[in-house]
Design a protein around this ligand. Structure first.
Ligand code: CAA
Length: 385
């Protein structure tokens, strides 16, 4: 730990751990099969104040710091990564963006129901032909009287089907590259907003990932978030915070995989003794625990910089890069320790392995994180600390 957790942070962690292991864990394996959206978990999480944790109480959030948020998110991911990704997008990219860039009217109208967890939100940036390079997106927003008409297609949108409020980016000026992208708040039910294909995924199966199609979708001018041309900055700022969240999700799943591997290794007997007595396996467990701890410290470091109001883009990318690659190594090792039992659905490591796979991909691939980190280090002509 970089510093001792405060009593309040420890209380939040303990409250969420208790809730997660009693309530969220109970249906995680079943949801992975049925793909049922975790509405009941999310409703309770809203009541516990987990859906707008870092938003001030006057907008129905909890006013918690980022350390408390990552502790809570890791605890939810420990039990169900599908539930955790919905919490992560809601807190990091949706609520924070409206709080930071929204007008007072937008905060009242859109942020309050999101931060209190009454509704779910989504952030629509990615397109079929613009993933790592969102500047070259083709969705457009054309001024029409006092509003805008949006046309285009967004892809891989977390909570796209279940979200009531969606932040969507679109080009308002083709000639200006990233400075020509704007962000709009669009509500479910707006004519011309269509939920398209719902993806059938390898992991995070209880969280919906969809196409969103905008066909002459008219939004009022007051739904422009920030100013015209602020959309790319809003997305990048949201992703900085989001990437700490992906580190937290990775750490939650990695801790669950390590705990499952230790439990299994202690119980399983081969060659006349518990397999946990074999040095080959003990060294694997030592490496797993060490990597996990290193990732946790990177996550805490990025979160504490954010809490202190310092620049944290580089550290958020480092935490996301290291933690998401770490959890893929750890879940593979945990599965290997389970032998043949790791490959079947009776044990949770099979789900952990599948759920973790996307963490090196969404909210910026590992390759994008390396671009962000190296760009910032080379620009500053020094390592970030
Ligand atoms: N914060 C604020 N502003 C930033 C910023 C940041 N972190 N990063 C860049 N910017 C600003 C720059 O300052 C620059 O502005 P000025 O010209 O005014 O100085 C502008 O943005 C352009 O910066 P770059 O030249 O660095 O931009 P680029 O086109 O080279 O792209 C990139 C940079 C890092 C590759 C970026 O495009 C990127 O992060 N790509 C990955 C996108 C991504 O993560 N997608 C995930 C989809 S969302 C998702 O997965 C959510 C979900 O549902 C789970």
């Amino acid at each position: 730990m970089l510093h001792k957790l405060t009593n309040e942070q420890l209380m939040i962690q303990s409250m969420v751990r208790d809730f997660s292991r009693k309530v969220v864990a109970a249906t995680a394996a079943e949801r992975d099969q049925t793909k049922e959206f975790p509405w009941d978990n999310l409703k309770k999480m809203g009541e516990l104040g987990l859906m707008g944790m870092m938003i001030p109480p006057e907008y129905e959030g909890q006013g918690a710091d980022t350390i408390s948020y990552v502790l809570a998110l890791s605890e939810i991911a420990y039990s169900c990564a599908s539930t955790a990704v919905v919490m992560s997008v809601q807190n990091s990219i949706v609520c924070n963006s409206i709080y930071e860039f929204g007008t007072e009217i937008q905060r009242e109208k859109f942020l309050k129901p999101l931060a209190s967890g009454k509704i779910i939100g989504a952030f629509a940036l990615t397109e079929p032909d613009a993933g790592s390079d969102p500047v070259r997106q083709s969705t457009s927003a054309v001024k029409d009287g006092d509003g805008y008409i949006i046309n285009g297609e967004k892809r891989f949108i977390t909570s796209g089907k279940n979200a009531e409020t969606i932040i969507v980016t679109a080009k308002t000026d083709e000639s200006k590259m990233h400075k020509g992208i704007s962000a709009f708040i669009v509500q479910k039910g707006t004519p011309g907003l269509i939920v398209g294909n719902i993806e059938d995924k390898m992991g995070l199966r209880a969280s919906d990932t969809t196409d969103l199609i905008f066909e002459n979708c008219r939004v009022p001018g007051e739904n422009l978030l920030g100013k015209e041309g602020d959309g790319f900055k809003i997305a990048m700022t949201g992703l900085d915070s989001g990437r700490i969240g992906i580190a937290a999700q990775s750490i939650g799943v990695a801790q669950a995989a390590l705990d499952a591997a230790v439990k299994y290794a202690k119980k399983r007997k081969q060659f006349g003794q518990s397999i946990s007595k074999f040095q080959g396996l003990r060294w694997i467990i030592a490496d797993m625990a060490t990597e996990l701890e290193a990732a946790r410290q990177l996550m805490f470091f990025a979160a504490s910089l954010k809490d202190r109001g310092e620049k944290y883009t580089t550290q958020a990318s480092m935490a996301k890069l290291f933690a998401s690659e770490m959890v893929n190594r750890l879940t593979a090792k945990a599965l290997q320790i389970h032998g043949g039992y790791g490959f079947i659905k009776d044990y949770p490591v099979e789900r952990f392995y599948r759920d973790a796979r996307v963490f090196t991909i969404y909210e910026g691939t590992s390759e994008i994180q390396r671009i962000v980190i190296s760009n910032n280090i080379l620009k500053d002509n020094r390592s970030p600390r």
